[in-house]
Structures are given as C-alpha cells and as structure tokens.
Design a protein around this ligand. Structure first.
Ligand code: NAD
Ligand code: FES
Length: 281
C-alpha cells in the first residue's frame, strides 16, 4: 500500500496527487511513468511522474478523471492509500543542450511536459513553453511552467486567457517571426501532437512527442501498447513513451486508442451508477 500525502484539484476534474514512494522518488527521471492499481481488483493505469521529492520520498502524479480508474483515483484524498505502484518505467526523456527549445503542453499534457521542461532548463537550454487549454479554468501549472521558462505563453481555444488559439498557432507565429528553434517537445491529445509535427516538419526541427496508447503491464510483455514508428512496431512502454514526431503513425495510434472506447464507456457508466447509489466499488 502507498500513502497519499496530499491531493488537490488543479482544475475541474484534474487532480495533483502526492504519494509516498521513496524508491521511485530516488530513481525516476523526466519522461518516466508509473503503473498504478488503485484497488486490489482494479486495472493498471499508466501515469507520467509529474515530479518528485527524493528527500521527502514522494512522487507527484496529475490525473484527469476520464474513465473508471482515473475517476476512482481522483476521489482519493490525503491519508488514503493506493493499492500498488510499479516504476519508474519507460525510457527517460533524451536531454542535452539543444539550444532553443519549445515545450508544448496541451491540456493535461502540460503535466507530462513539465518535468522535461525542468530537465531541459537544467541542461542549459533556452526554454520556451506553450501551455494550452480549451479555456482559462482548465489551464494548469501556469506558475510552475513560468518558473522554468525563459519565455512562457498560455493559449486558450476560446481566448478567455492568454493567446487566443491553438498551441500550434503560437508555435507557427514564433517560427514566422524568424526565431531559430532547435527542439520541440509536444504532449497532449493525439490531434494536437500530429498538428505540431506538421508545423515543424517543413523546417526539419527535431520534434518529440509522448505517446499514450493503451497499456496493460507497462514492461514490454503484453504488446498492448504497440505503436508504429518509422514503419516499425515499437512498444511505447519500453521503447518510449517519447518518439520522433515526424516518424509516428498517428492514424494507427488514434485507431488503436479507439478500440476499447465502448468497454471504457460502459465501465465508466457502471462506476457512476455505483457512486450515485453509494455502493462500495
Ligand atoms: P484538449 O482537448 O483540451 O486540448 C488541449 C489543447 O491542445 C488545446 O487547448 C489546443 O491548444 C491543443 N489542441 C487540441 N486539438 C488540437 C488540434 N487539432 N490542433 C492543434 N492543437 C490542438 O485536451 P485535454 O482534454 O486536456 O486532453 C485530453 C486528451 O489528451 C485525452 O485524449 C488524453 O488521452 C490525451 N492525453 C495525452 C497524453 C500523452 O501522453 N500524450 C497525456 C494525457 C492526456
Ligand atoms: Fe504491455 Fe507495453 S504495456 S508491452
């Protein structure tokens, strides 16, 4: 069992949970994730480690309540426990001094992009962050992103805060203003990552995305997380989750992510029903 030290909502339905996990806190690197099982009979869910404090022995995860398990996790509070956590898993982000880097987080993807922005800054890069959300109330980690950025931009789809438009429009503007950009990291919904790849492709800018296929074991055993990169099958849990954006088959990723939508919907509906009538899950 793992103890929850704190749990706070950053935006509607998006919670930051700090968990006592000293071994993981000591070992984890930017870009890595953990597999979490909320309760004994629950499914395993992959969640990127958003930060850690090796002294306190804690890791932080940021969770958007979408399906049954993430909603169950989001109902947890300080003092509650999580059944098991395995990690750190995955290949860490490749960090070096690239020069001028742009870190793009779309929605809850900002939580995953943030630790890599920290590592890029520590490696001496000029860090530009673009933190996008549908609307003002859904912007997360604004202060944290600003603190590690040489330039920080917020975008909202509805123009309620910051730049009015998608993150890709802001990136396009930077390129059109003549800025030299050496590296781009984009993490968020699949259409966003695909769109970023198309913006940087004509300029040949090294662009990395973090993929989020369905995962079961997270250790390369089941093949559930297979993605197509450079026309080859790769396992996101061990070969990734970060890959060269210009080589990812995004259509294949979207199709595979849609495979279990019906089951996920049913499971979430059943969970909502149990919550409404107050049954123990
Ligand atoms: P969202 O739909 O609110 O989008 C966030 C931002 O992404 C938008 O504000 C916009 O700037 C940009 N964006 C969205 N669609 C775009 C497009 N077609 N072109 C250009 N830019 C676009 O995001 P959300 O609701 O927070 O995200 C939910 C989705 O993100 C889920 O599908 C989830 O699975 C996925 N996700 C992915 C990762 C990952 O590791 N890649 C991690 C967490 C969540
Ligand atoms: Fe099973 Fe990646 S989750 S191989």
């Amino acid at each position: 069992m793992y103890n929850i030290v704190s749990a706070i909502f950053l935006a509607e339905n998006i919670k930051k949970i700090e968990i006592q996990a000293p071994r993981i806190a000591k070992k984890r690197k930017a870009g890595q994730f953990v597999m979490i099982r909320v309760s004994e009979h629950g499914e395993r869910i992959p969640l990127t480690i958003a930060g850690s404090d090796p002294e306190k022995g804690t890791i932080a995860i940021i969770v958007q309540g979408m399906g049954k398990s993430t909603r169950e996790l989001n109902m947890k509070a300080a003092g509650d426990t999580i059944h098991d956590i395995v990690g750190p898993l995955g290949t860490p982000s490749h960090i070096e001094k690239f020069g001028t880097t742009v870190v793009i987080g779309g929605g809850v993807g900002s939580a995953i992009a943030y630790p890599t922005a920290v590592a890029l800054k520590e490696a001496g890069n000029h860090v530009i962050t673009i933190n996008g959300a549908r609307t003002k109330d859904l912007v997360i980690l604004e202060e944290e992103m600003k603190a590690v950025s040489d330039e920080a931009y917020i975008t909202t789809d509805d123009g309620s805060y910051g730049f009015h438009g998608f993150v890709t429009r802001k990136l396009q503007d930077l390129l059109e203003s003549g800025r030299t950009i050496d590296y781009v990291l984009a993490i968020g919904p699949v259409p966003m990552m695909k769109a970023v790849a198309e913006v940087t492709r004509p300029n040949g800018i090294h662009t990395v995305v973090s993929l989020n296929p369905v995962m079961v074991d997270g250790t390369g055993m089941c093949g559930g997380c297979r993605v197509t990169v450079d026309n080859e099958i790769r396992f996101a849990c061990v070969d990734g989750p970060e890959f060269d954006a210009h080589k990812v088959d995004f259509r294949n990723l979207s199709d595979r992510n849609r495979m279990y939508l019906e089951e996920e919907k049913l499971s979430a509906e059943e969970f909502s029903h149990k919550c409404r009538i107050g049954l123990d899950q």
